[in-house]
Design a protein around this ligand. Structure first.
Ligand code: NOJ
Length: 807
């Protein structure tokens, strides 16, 4: 959707405002679905009416102030509040200024320049009739000037406090630029590494994503006494975008109601519990309805069941894109469908500005619905107006860099280590630094670094060179033009660099442009000639350490034998070099754990840890037929759920990550099966010990399996996690309190249910955790269990009497 077309439509709204005409001058109407006509009202108040009380002069409670404003607004001004525009101007154009002055724009994107925002905001506050400020929006996704690791990298920290700190840093920097509203956190669950936007997710698990999303919301919004002191967060994309078919962006989403309720909605519910004020719809068509007109999810689940009182914003032009979907006849119809389904604000499409006034005048859309949307927007503005202004500070600062560096240290996942790491600095005299990601200041920032500056980046090459100065020689060879180039001409130089070096550290992976929105890949292996580069370097016999900088899980199985050690660093942001160097030399101990399953081959997708079982689960020891040398599979592997050419297991499981030390788990309590009364909490404890020689942090994970239930349930589900720091030889006893709702699930109608019966509890350092016990939940006192399996319930009971039970 071009800026010009949005502006044109908004300008027609302006024309009506200025001329105080009925809206017949707006964009041509479509065939009305409800041909009831109303008498058009005057668009602007007449001169004889009392002067309007302006936004900043209205006193009283938030509700009172909003009602007072709404009462004074013309229909055109109301619709203006629901229009969001991107001013592609380098300075505020007269056209945009006029729209702001007329109250025809409610929210403006920050275009990368503070002056534009200041001008627009001044006009809105001082020159528009009601003085209503604009909401200034920007995608501050993983940092602003100080760029943090991409969200999936932050998820690998499994550390909500650190994620919150990163969001605080981003907020301080963004607010100083006049930004009020960020479009984060993205909490789409994805099980598909082909999808470029997996980079922006918080992984495949609803609990982990929900907790980290809540942390981001806290960091962005910084609420005090129920009022936002930071910037407004936006949970997106409601809901299902991460299930885009085939991992291709914007594609259709076909997802079961069971997954909608158990997998997709819970992280949103968690973010809203944390106070997230806005929600963005998904571009996708979900089970037949575009997300932007998905009344059952928007009006139904979000606004009615969950009583969400914030703003629902469409995604960019997703209102008018419903025409291309074949769902709306034209833009006017799209506007009607979206607003009626619960979309309050139209992001960058000409639909609301061009057609909403007319829809109300002609009775297709109730004015009460528009008032409701306007109230939601004004509530945010009134809340934000109470904030103190923040002084602009030059960024990155030493403090913001330190948060970013710690985020790098904790987000890197050590996937393999034959003992070469940590590097012993004193034993090195020559280090070869190789690879297209070693000195790529822009690429290391990742997919959503609109305001991050490559000049601020510390690249791995820079950090290693500085660190080894005067101690060892650093020889650098790029090895390939970029991560995906087909040209092999630079490999030889890299081989030369590796020869005679004590170690070759290869920085490989994906340029930032290979992940993010509309950046999907069908194959998810190392792109370009990088596998050949690695193999050629390994051939030299120099020990090789591979550090992967990428926006998605990579199927690097074939590359693993060429590397003595492999670290997965995602796109680490501004402080990539220093954070990675800290880990390579052992100043920090890797503690990152995978927030997403790594497949062996893209053909295994979707592959995820919390899958339901088939009736023919794979017996231990399965090996694919292809490459086995056999003529057919042994009988015990026949007629099982598998591929003939790729193993059934992932390359690395969810929750996995190595350390320079080792951890053991013991004394799980209850040690034997425990019978727990229905509706009561159960305590599980375990001892975790650092049995190695280095201090380290372990992410302790607790999983539950519902053995038998009324619908087929996942083989295990993450229920608790905790990051624990342990000195060498130290042990800590951890206790986890499992609440009744931890044993619940949602049925296809969205009702939360606890079924009595047996639950396995597994605790450990990854989703393969096998220290196990069991808890039997007794039937409620009034129930007599008659389930066929002996464990299934006679009836079900709502676990959470509030929002979740009424889905
Ligand atoms: C489209 C993306 O899907 C969304 O996540 C983003 O916030 C908007 N564009 C605004 O840039």
């Amino acid at each position: 959707m071009s800026y010009a077309s949005v502006l044109n439509a908004t300008a027609s709204l302006l024309a009506c405002l200025a001329a105080a005409l009925p809206v017949s001058c707006l964009a041509q109407a479509t065939g009305p679905t409800q041909p009831k006509m109303t008498t058009p009202a005057a668009a602007a108040p007449s001169a004889s009416e009392p002067a309007a009380l302006r936004f900043d002069l209205i006193a009283g409670s938030l509700d009172h102030r909003i009602s007072r404003l709404v009462d004074q607004m013309t229909l055109e001004e109301k619709v203006g509040q629901l229009v969001q525009v991107y001013p592609s101007d380098t300075e505020l154009s007269e056209e945009t200024a006029a729209l702001v002055r007329a109250g025809a724009i409610g929210s403006l994107f920050y275009p990368g320049k503070r002056e534009v925002v200041d001008d627009a905001q001044r006009i809105a506050k001082e020159e528009s009739r009601l003085g209503i400020p604009l909401l200034i929006a920007r995608d501050v996704i993983h940092g602003f000037r100080t760029v943090m690791p991409i969200p999936i990298g932050q998820a690998a920290t499994w550390n909500p406090e650190l994620v919150e700190q990163g969001a605080v840093v981003a907020t301080e920097e963004a607010i100083a630029e006049g930004i009020d509203w960020t479009f984060a956190p993205m909490i789409d669950i994805s099980r598909d590494g082909r999808w470029g936007r997996i980079a922006e997710t918080l992984g495949e698990d609803p609990l982990l994503a929900g907790e980290l999303a809540a942390a981001m919301v806290r960091g962005f919004q910084q609420e005090e006494n129920g009022r936002i002191r930071g910037m407004v967060a936006c949970g997106k994309h409601f809901v299902g975008y991460g299930f885009s078919e085939g991992g291709r962006d914007y594609n259709r989403v076909s997802v079961s109601q069971i997954d909608v309720h158990n997998t997709l909605l819970p992280p949103f519910e968690r973010a809203l519990e944390a106070g997230c004020r806005t929600v963005m719809t998904t571009f996708s068509e979900v089970n037949g309805l575009p997300g932007t007109a998905h009344a059952p999810l928007l009006n139904g689940v979000l606004k009615s069941d969950w009583r969400f009182g914030g703003v629902v914003v469409s995604d960019w032009a997703s209102v008018t894109e419903m025409v291309a979907h074949g769902f709306a006849r034209d833009d006017a119809h799209a506007a009607e469908l979206a607003v009626r389904a619960g979309v309050d604000m139209d992001m960058c499409s000409p639909a609301y500005s061009g057609h909403l006034v007319r829809h109300v005048r002609e009775g297709r859309v109730a004015e009460e619905r528009v008032d409701d949307a306007v109230r939601r927007v004004l509530k945010l503005k009134a809340e934000l107006a109470e904030r103190e202004t923040r002084a602009k500070e030059w960024a990155p600062t030493a403090a913001s860099r330190e948060v970013a560096r710690e985020a790098v240290r904790q987000s890197v996942v050590l996937l393999k280590n034959d003992g070469v790491l940590p590097l012993a600095e004193k034993k090195l005299s020559r280090v070869a630094v190789i690879g297209p990601m070693a000195d790529a200041p822009k690429q290391q920032l990742g997919c959503w670094a609109l305001d991050g500056r490559p000049d601020d980046s510390v690249t791995p090459l820079a950090a290693l060179t500085e660190r080894l100065e005067g101690k060892a020689e650093v020889v650098y060879a790029k090895g390939a033009k970029n991560s995906f180039a087909a040209d092999r001409s630079r490999i030889e130089q890299a081989v030369d660099a590796a020869k005679g070096a004590d170690v070759a550290v290869l920085f490989l992976g994906e340029d930032a442009v290979l992940s993010g929105e509309a950046r999907c890949r069908a194959a998810i292996d190392l792109p370009g000639v990088q596998s050949e580069l690695l193999a050629a370097v390994a051939e030299t016999g120099t020990p090789t350490v591979v550090v992967l900088l990428a926006g998605r899980p990579l199927a690097i199985g074939p590359d693993l034998p060429s590397a003595e050690a492999v670290m997965f660093a995602w796109h680490p942001g501004t402080m990539a070099g220093d954070g990675i160097a800290d880990l390579l030399f052992g100043d920090a101990n890797p503690s990152g754990k995978l927030p997403v399953t790594f497949p062996k081959d893209a053909g295994q997708i979707p592959i995820y840890y919390n899958h339901p079982n088939t009736g023919r689960p794979m017996p231990e020891g399965f090996r694919p037929l292809v490459g086995s040398g056999l003529d057919d599979l042994p009988p015990e592997f026949q007629y099982r759920s598998h591929y003939l050419d790729v193993p059934a297991t992932p390359l690395f499981p969810f929750g996995f990550g190595l350390s320079y030390t080792s951890f053991t788990y013991s004394d799980l309590s209850p040690s034997e099966q425990l019978t727990a009364p229905y509706g009561e909490s159960v305590s599980v404890s375990v001892t975790v010990a650092n049995t190695g020689a280095k201090a380290g942090a372990e992410v302790v994970q607790l999983y539950l399996r519902d053995r038998t239930s009324s619908i087929v349930r996942p083989v295990r589900e993450l229920k608790r996690f905790r990051r624990v720091e342990l000195e060498p030889g130290e042990a800590k006893r951890l206790e986890f309190e499992l609440a009744p709702e931890d044993f619940a699930y949602y049925d296809a109608a969205g009702r939360s249910i606890i079924e009595p019966g047996l639950f396995d509890v597994m605790v450990g350092g990854s989703s393969l955790a096998d220290l196990a016990t069991a808890i039997e939940i007794q039937p409620p006192p009034t129930q007599v269990a008659t389930g066929a399996a002996g464990e299934a319930p006679a009836a079900t009971t709502s676990a959470k009497p509030t929002a979740s039970s009424s889905r």
